[in-house]
Design a protein around this ligand. Structure first.
Ligand code: EPZ
Length: 420
């Protein structure tokens, strides 16, 4: 197993190129199941979760191999419709093949994703919506067994809660359904928007893209032709490096980034004292020498993202006052707190609310990554801790950050990947 050794330093400087968004790539790769051609995808990030989904598709009979510049995914010869436990257990987002497989083949089996480090994360809303579209769903021996031998039918679906992969799954299922599917209370994340835009450009009429009400006009079972497309920049990776600039009080420039997707993150960093220079595809952070405390509540897009909560919590340890951070989406997404406390952070947890009293002088020690974003929060803290920090179990980080240590090294961080 690899670990990261980080020597706390005073400042960074330079430019970081942002990779393609993992959470846009995953549904867009699953979407290739709906294609009658082999699909060319540019700007996929080089992260473990992408390889996992490509492997899942390969197991189903697809032809695909990850290539940084352009990956070709050919699902035209798909033969299998069972997504097995061995893959799904390593990545919950595997559930994204459920909608496309069912709508294309009229049946499929997908292993139920098991427990998750950040919360229960049920998939009841995905299943209920597919049932409303006419599918029969059985849960047997740990698998979702779905069938709709005569195809899925458009209908009105009202999501009780906003769900990102739930919306993506139903949009894909609806793409080949009969008639119009209306999703009310749909997720509006940029990653969902890109999925809808690519489908729309491929001949699936979708109204309301980017709003909470989507109307998807299905093709009545006809596979679609999908032209080459390029994955949008990863707003969470970008947000993480903006926090690296803020916490180390360093000017950093990000390229290949879309500031429009980072509105809530930039607004919070401004409240904490940073200022920004923004162009069409760059963001430069001009950090403040004094970090102000902050109040944050995580919510669905366009509000403040849960995927940035851990990084802001790390940043709040360096603010001059008391910050309050409330996690509203996942019930167990504070596992980084005890690791940050091991570095010397002053944080108290009360249910879904963390109170962070800054400024703490952190000091390096051995700590453990517990989930993807928690891992990056630990990296941020280690950048300003005195001495050396070793972050173990960084396979979590490798699931979603493309060459994090190389990118940070490029702007002057003292960071090394080593073997346990
Ligand atoms: C997506 O997860 C992201 N993953 C997550 O990113 C992100 O944290 C999350 O959305 C919220 O923004 C991908 O895009 C692959 P949800 P998802 O369904 O879709 C509840 C990262 O670090 N819910 O929007 O699984 C659920 O428990 C990851 O990159 C149900 O109750 O999240 C949660 O409380 C981690 N029933 C809320 O809805 C359901 O059927 C939102 O979850 C589905 C969800």
């Amino acid at each position: 197993m690899d670990y990261l050794k980080i020597q706390g330093i005073k400042s960074l400087s330079g430019t970081i190129k942002i990779s393609g968004a993992k959470n846009a790539s995953l549904p867009l790769i699953a979407m290739t199941i709906l294609a009658k051609n082999s699909v060319s995808i540019k700007n996929l990030p080089n992260v473990a979760d992408i390889k996992t989904l490509l492997k899942l598709l390969t197991n189903l009979g697809a032809n695909c191999e990850f290539q940084k510049i352009k990956t070709i995914v050919d699902t035209t010869q798909l033969t299998e419709t069972k997504a097995t436990y061995d893959i799904v257990k390593t990545m919950r987002a595997s559930i994204l093949v459920l909608g496309p497989l069912l709508t294309r083949f009229g049946h499929c089996e997908v292993s139920l994703p098991g427990g998750c480090a950040i919360g229960q994360r049920p998939i009841d809303l995905h299943l209920k919506a597919l049932e409303q579209m006419g599918a029969t769903i059985d849960i047997k021996s740990g698998y979702v067994q779905a069938s709709a031998p005569n195809g899925l039918k458009g209908c009105e679906i009202i999501f009780d809660k906003i769900t990102v992969t739930g919306t993506a799954n139903i949009v894909m299922a609806a793409a080949l359904a009969k008639g119009v599917t209306t999703i009310i209370n749909a997720a509006r994340e940029p990653e969902v928007v890109q999925l809808c835009e690519v489908l729309h450009a491929s001949g699936v009429k979708i109204e309301g893209i980017g709003t909470a009400v989507l109307a998807i006009h299905g093709t009545h079972g006809k596979l679609i032709h999908i032209d080459e497309f390029s994955i949008i920049p990863d707003r969470i990776e970008a947000g993480t490096y903006l926090c690296a600039g803020a916490i180390t009080k360093s000017e950093l420039k990000l390229t290949n980034v879309n500031a429009k997707h980072l509105g809530a993150v930039i607004a919070k960093l401004e409240e904490m004292g940073s200022s920004f220079t923004i162009t069409k595809n760059t963001i430069t952070i001009h950090p403040s020498q004094i970090i102000k405390p902050i109040k944050i509540v995580t919510q669905e897009y366009p509000a403040f993202p849960t995927d940035m909560q851990a990084q802001f919590l790390a940043l709040a340890t360096q603010a001059n006052g008391v910050s309050i951070i409330e996690e509203r989406l996942f019930e167990n997404r504070f596992m980084h707190v005890s690791e940050l406390q091991r570095l010397g952070a002053n944080i108290s947890l009360n249910g879904s609310v963390a109170t962070v009293s800054g400024q703490s002088q952190l000091s390096g020690t051995d700590i453990m990554a517990t989930d993807l974003r928690a891992s990056s929060a630990l990296v941020l803290a280690a950048l300003v801790a005195d001495g050396e920090t070793k972050i173990h179990r960084i396979y979590h980080l490798d699931r979603g950050y493309d060459q994090l240590e190389k990118k940070l090294e490029g702007v002057g961080a003292k960071i090394e990947r080593l073997k346990e």
